[in-house]
Ligand binder design. Structure first.
Ligand code: GLU
Ligand code: ASP
Length: 505
């Protein structure tokens, strides 16, 4: 049996009837839009909250820059670490659908707790968000992959549309919650995020019927009947039991390094071993996915300065023309994606038609090039502002533009690649591994952000803008350099990786 048939068979094993796919030759499956809107509202709340996170810690909780960056990185690392568990438990016990509902409920609780104005509730809220996101995020992405048969050419396009939903949510979440939080009341901003998460959940609950049998049963059932019900209750219990653990880790954020680094190394070795246990073709594909996913961690480490150090940079060293820095900084990147998502997807289609589409590994490589140039534009903006210390919004926006084009060469492509290159029975798990790389990236992002810590007193920087600009520019320059090195390495590796992808396009 070919691997193609194998995968198809896996889909059928998961209880998805052949008829589900048959009437959707033209256009995208309609279920994509259900997942699109659910994810849109979830991301509205997630990024709405993220827009406020670091600024709130520095200006309200009066944390030093270094501490705020490390908590920010630790929170995001846990946010992206949890999908490994959430993906695994959905594959085996909950099924994707229940996992999404559980995750959505936990996240809504998290946002609403953040609306309570105490320092303790801040940590409790974040802990609920971490647990909830772990069940929600990987499984909704895997469900998108399930809408397509193996080899369906609409898959990449489907992920591009889905990514658009993510970013429509992120843009308006960042803009509205960022503005309300920073200029009116921080907790109103957090609370608003909660309301939109509930909206996302309602959309999913009302529309889920259209998904047919997708995501109802776990892909690989480990227990039957009552035992499975017990196991499901156990998972809900676990999702709650993890909350105090996350609170502890957020308070003891310096422990994160000693958790993340060994964990990522062990997981990567585990994935490689798993790949070697498969037949030769599947092994090659899995290895390609693993290598690319490892690189993606470094992309996120630089990219994720966006919600952390760049949020502070925007507030301190960019001339915002009187607008809310939180709103603009968090709106600008997803806004570009809304503009560019479809043209980029069309560009890939066109290039594929004329047989010039870059391979997935080459797209990853290009993403580092663009990221590096994007950060260099911030440096140039800094050079132009040597005397005042205030970078023009033009350079800030231009740098973000390139970073965003880079993101579009790696993020939706990587999501799609992850679902294409992994055998169905490890679908959720592999998606969890993709997010684990993001987790490592987020952790590193917090650490890189802490290298840009400014001396502060009561939340106010104690050095001049000219001095702070030179601290930011110094680190941006290093980010540029390292990104270019990754660009070259990946470009050199890409022909071999392309071969290992075999028939997968
Ligand atoms: N910004 C995208 C999202 O929230 C991708 C993030 C990631 O994979 O790290 O879905
Ligand atoms: N571009 C990010 C992602 O696609 C969203 C953001 O950083 O605001 O979801």
């Amino acid at each position: 049996m070919s691997s193609h048939e194998n995968l198809l068979d896996d889909n059928l094993n998961a209880g998805i009837k052949e008829e589900f796919f048959s009437d959707k030759v033209q256009g995208q499956p309609k279920q994509l839009y259900l997942l699109f809107f659910t994810e849109m509202w979830e991301r509205f709340s997630f990024y709405g909250m993220r827009a406020l996170l670091i600024l709130f810690m520095v200006s309200q909780l009066k944390y030093a820059d270094g501490k705020a960056n490390l908590i920010y990185g630790g929170y995001n690392a846990l946010v992206y670490l949890m999908p490994l568990l959430g993906g695994f438990l959905a594959d085996r016990i909950l099924g994707y659908r229940r996992a999404i509902i559980l995750g959505g409920i936990l996240m809504a609780i998290g946002h609403l707790v953040l609306a309570i104005p105490t320092e303790n509730s801040f940590f409790v809220g974040m802990a609920f968000l971490i647990s909830g996101n772990g069940f929600f995020k990987p499984n909704i992405s895997t469900m998108v992959g399930k809408l397509y048969r193996p080899g369906d050419p609409r898959r990449d396009g489907g992920f591009s549309i889905f990514y658009m939903g993510i970013n429509i949510g992120a843009a308006f979440g960042g803009l509205i919650c960022g503005y309300i939080g920073q200029t009116i009341n921080w907790h109103y901003g957090f609370g608003l995020a909660g309301i939109f998460m509930i909206l996302g959940l309602i959309v999913f609950l009302l529309g889920q019927k259209s998904l047919g049998e997708i995501g109802i049963k776990p892909e690989v059932s480990v227990s039957k009947g009552n035992n499975n019900l017990l196991a499901q209750i156990g998972v809900v219990g676990l999702s709650l039991a993890l909350v105090p653990l996350f609170i502890f880790l957020l308070h003891n954020y310096t422990l994160m390094g000693s958790i993340m680094i060994p964990f990522c190394i062990i997981a990567t070795i585990g994935m490689i071993v798993l790949a070697f246990l498969q037949d030769a073709k599947t092994r090659d594909k899995m290895l390609t996915a693993i290598i690319l996913i490892v690189f993606s961690a470094f992309f996120w480490a630089f990219y994720e300065q966006g919600g952390g150090s760049l949020n502070l940079f925007a507030a301190r060293n960019v001339n915002m023309l009187g607008m809310s820095s939180a709103a603009i900084n968090n709106f600008i990147n997803p806004f570009y994606i809304i503009l560019l998502g479809f043209p980029m997807a069309a560009l890939w289609m066109y290039l594929s038609k004329i047989k010039k589409e870059p391979s997935t590994p080459l797209k990853f490589s290009i993403s580092f090039l663009l990221l590096g140039i994007g950060f260099y534009i911030f440096v140039v903006g800094g050079m132009m502002a040597k005397n005042t210390g205030m970078v023009s919004l033009f350079y800030f926006a231009a740098g973000y533009f390139l970073i965003t084009v880079g993101e579009l060469c790696i993020s939706p492509i990587g999501l799609s690649m992850t679902t294409k290159l992994s055998p169905s029975k490890f679908g959720g798990f592999m998606m969890g591994y993709w997010f684990l790389a993001s987790a490592m990236g987020q952790f590193l992002a917090g650490w890189i952000g802490s290298l840009m810590a400014l001396p502060t007193e009561g939340g106010q920087q104690t050095i001049s803008s000219v001095e702070s600009l030179s601290i930011y520019s110094g680190v941006f320059q290093k980010i540029t350099l390292i990104s270019l090195v990754f660009f070259v390495i990946l470009a050199l590796l890409s022909p071999q990786l392309k071969k290992w992808m075999h028939d997968v396009k």
